[in-house]
Write a protein that binds this ligand. Structure first.
Ligand code: ZN
Length: 70
């Protein structure tokens, strides 16, 4: 088993949205700053009904990183 597996997504450093590596501009906030140093994935389907989305300040449905940085 390799020690480090390449993550399938990178995280927007501004809104924590997880996007595929080929994405250049964040579809959520328009930022072009991404990091691969993230951990914990949360999928928000219904923003209005999700307490987690409220707690994380998420306003759009999608995949988000719980934590940025190493
Ligand atoms: Zn973003």
């Amino acid at each position: 088993m390799p020690k480090q597996v390449r993550k399938p997504f990178k995280a927007c450093t501004k809104c924590k949205l997880l996007v595929p590596h080929e994405v250049v501009v964040c579809p959520s906030c328009g930022s072009s700053s991404f990091t691969e140093a993230w951990s914990g994935m949360v999928v928000i389907v219904n923003v209005e009904r999700s307490q987690l989305a409220k707690a994380l300040g998420i306003v759009k449905p999608g995949r988000y990183a719980l934590k940025l940085g190493t």
